[in-house]
Design a binder for this molecule. Structure first.
Ligand code: PNS
Length: 161
């Protein structure tokens, strides 16, 4: 039986930290669906279509990775995909409270779904989509923090050379 895990998030944009988590998850699961949340109330830099395209480019050579988007509750999406595993990356203690709340709410809504937390690799500890955008806004260098296609997309978004 193929074991599918769902890796949800905003991915605005996808970073090398996300890629590291997903690749490591593939050591345990047969297939990972990177599920990009469409939340009209959350202001995002990249549209959902742009975020999907960027993530698909990164994983274009790996058939075990499916890039998709979802609206509504995550647990409903996970059920629709016939999975029962959600993957989340944890960087620091500061992530914990938010993740703890979300995992417990999801557990309450769907007790059959388990959230698996993976520790972010040491070299990605300081990376977040938020800090990446902050650095890119001021033309800072994000090489090695995001994949090359995202680096290019950020330059184009902010009109940097
Ligand atoms: O990358 P993010 O922004 O931390 O991801 C958060 C995300 C998208 C996983 C979370 O907001 C989510 O699951 N949204 C869907 C709505 C939902 O199911 N909310 C209930 C959990 S509190």
């Amino acid at each position: 039986m193929i074991k599918t895990a769902i890796y949800p998030g905003s991915f605005d944009p996808i970073t090398n930290g996300h890629i590291d988590i997903l690749k490591r998850a593939l050591k345990v699961f047969d297939r990972v669906i990177l599920a990009i949340a469409c939340n009209p109330r959350k202001h995002s830099l990249f549209t959902v279509e742009e975020r999907i395209r960027l993530a698909r480019e990164v994983f274009r050579n790996d058939k075990r990775v499916i890039v998709d988007s979802f609206t509504g509750l995550l647990v409903d999406y996970v059920r629709r995909k016939k999975s029962n595993v959600v993957i989340r990356g944890l960087r620091a203690v500061s992530d914990f409270e938010y993740e703890f709340q979300m995992a417990h709410m999801n557990m309450k809504l769907a007790p059959e779904i388990e959230t698996f937390f993976m520790m972010t690799g040491q070299e990605h500890f300081y990376i977040s989509s938020q800090t990446v955008k902050e650095v890119a806004t001021f033309s800072g260098c994000v090489k090695g923090i995001v994949p090359p296609n995202v680096e290019k997309a950020l330059r184009e978004k902010y009109g940097n050379k």
